[in-house]
Write a new protein. Structure first.
Length: 394
């Protein structure tokens, strides 16, 4: 019991000490988590994506989506083909409109599936391949500058809207198709793909955006086009959501690559075996000529003189003098030049600025100036060596 009691009493102070050491970090972590949760709760559930029904940017369509919902239209946003078809199946009974913001990302097979659902299709800026898969009565004609224009047709939605934004991509209408706003708005009332569904081609999607929805008849035209049915599926196709079969990575490798790699490996091994050499033990050999240190210094000097590298020579002289001065005055080998200059000035009585200028000044322009610099550095070292014992005695 005494041993147990002793362990219990000694553990409590350890736990308390650990808590005092870590309580600041724990408190900081709690504050960070609380701030993150608060920001996540306060951040509005909106986006900045163009033509998205939850986007508040000028190119978004949140304003139109909110008005449609206020008028009783059930709006479902879909970002994949499976989600779009599932939403169409759920809302098929009461009538549904399908808006496809980028129909050219869909294959002909997927377009046929959407047509077979019986939903009224609204396509933004479709290309010729997309139109060919849906109807032969609409084909691309070109592009025009954006401007406000009268409908120029008898389509009910366009007549009710009146003057609206036109331009962008324009289309030619034939057969059952009717063209409005100079070809930027084309509608087939029914019979698309053998079903009772209608098709609306819109070459100027800007009238759906937050920036233009409240001008002229843009809002009315958008509301009558997208709000004709009780339900609206707003489909934003994803470029990565394709119906193409997944191809294994090995199938993309050319057939000749594996034999080529094997041939290169064999050639490499043969080359190594052919050119390889065994290294024996290291053998020490006496130097044929002994070069004195003075001759080495003279050789370096002649090289600097022939190259006119007085600046480089001066840097070497100053660097060597600084290293020796650090040792002479008892400073660290990595001490800055300012400290060396201050210590030398204290020992010799010189001005610290003058000593620092001598150790880090401008490079000499010619050989005579280099010689003077060398003599001054040598004199400085002599002064330090002569002053050190005297200062020590004091």
């Amino acid at each position: 019991m005494s041993a147990l009691g002793f362990e219990t009493r000694s553990a409590q102070p350890e736990v308390g000490g650990a808590w005092r050491r870590w309580r600041g970090i724990v408190a900081l972590g709690v504050v960070v988590v609380a701030v993150v949760l608060l920001l996540s709760l306060l951040t509005p559930r909106t986006s900045e994506e163009a033509l998205a029904p939850d986007s508040v940017s000028p190119s978004g369509a949140r304003a139109l989506a909110r008005v449609l919902q206020d008028q009783g239209v059930s709006l479902t946003q879909a970002r994949s083909f499976d989600a779009a078809t599932r939403a169409l199946d759920e809302n098929r009974a009461g009538g549904v409109t399908l808006l496809v913001t980028d129909p050219d990302l869909l294959s002909a097979q997927r377009l046929q599936v959407l047509v077979a659902s019986g939903a009224d299709l609204v396509l933004l800026r479709p290309g010729d391949d997309t139109l060919e898969a849906l109807s032969a009565d609409v084909r691309g004609r070109g592009s025009e500058a954006a401007l406000d224009r009268d409908p120029g047709c008898t389509v009910a939605a366009a007549v009710a809207a009146g003057r609206a934004r036109a331009g962008g991509l324009t289309y030619a209408a034939e057969g059952d198709a009717r063209s409005c706003y100079g070809g930027s708005y084309v509608r087939i009332e029914s019979g698309v793909g053998g079903s009772e569904a209608s098709l609306t081609v819109l070459g100027q999607p800007a009238l759906l955006t937050n920036r233009w929805a409240d001008r002229e008849g843009n809002g009315t035209l958008a509301l009558r086009t997208l709000g004709a049915d009780p339900s609206l599926v707003w489909y934003l196709p994803d470029p990565l959501d394709t119906d193409s079969p997944t191809v294994p990575l090995l199938d993309l490798v050319p057939r000749w690559l594996a034999p080529a790699i094997a041939l290169l490996l064999v050639a490499t091994l043969v080359g190594l075996f052919w050119r390889g050499r065994r290294l024996g033990r290291l053998v020490g050999e006496p130097l044929p000529v002994v070069v004195r240190a003075a001759e080495t210094v003279e050789g370096h000097g002649r090289l600097y003189a022939s190259a006119g590298a007085s600046g480089r020579a001066a840097d070497l002289l100053r660097g060597a003098t600084t290293r020796r001065l650090r040792a002479s005055v008892g400073l660290d080998p990595q001490a800055p030049v300012q400290d060396v200059a201050g210590q030398v000035a204290w020992l010799t009585g010189r001005a610290a600025t003058g000593v620092q200028e001598l150790l880090t000044g401008t490079s000499p322009r010619d050989d005579p100036a280099l010689v003077r610099l060398a003599l001054e550095l040598d004199t400085l070292e002599d002064d330090v060596r002569g002053s050190t014992p005297r200062k020590a005695e004091k």
